[in-house]
Write a protein that binds this ligand. Structure first.
Ligand code: ZN
Length: 92
């Protein structure tokens, strides 16, 4: 795919704009929990964040992720998101 045509999204952690494929999508899962949605399977509102601990931590701590999804993020959801990011980082 022509990278110039890739949809651009901004990271809710650092605010930088990046191609959608380089960001991790998060969305509300069944029951309204905030979950990582790397394959874009969940419909509805999504928030994009760089798949790095720094950006995910910032997005959670600053509340920008919760705000984007119009939801709250509990400690358990935050822990799971960090786990996903650590796995992604480990693969790359
Ligand atoms: Zn970022």
């Amino acid at each position: 795919m022509d990278p110039r045509r890739e949809p651009q999204r901004s990271c809710v952690g650092c605010g930088a704009t990046a191609g959608r494929s380089t960001l991790l999508r998060t969305a509300l899962g069944p029951g309204g929990a905030v979950v990582a949605d790397p394959h874009g399977r969940l419909s509805g509102r999504g928030a994009y964040v760089h798949p790095t601990s720094a950006c995910v931590d910032r997005a959670i701590r600053r509340g920008s992720l919760a705000r984007s999804l119009r939801s709250g993020i509990g400690a358990e959801e935050a822990r799971k998101l960090r786990e996903v990011v650590e796995r992604v980082q480990g693969n790359g």
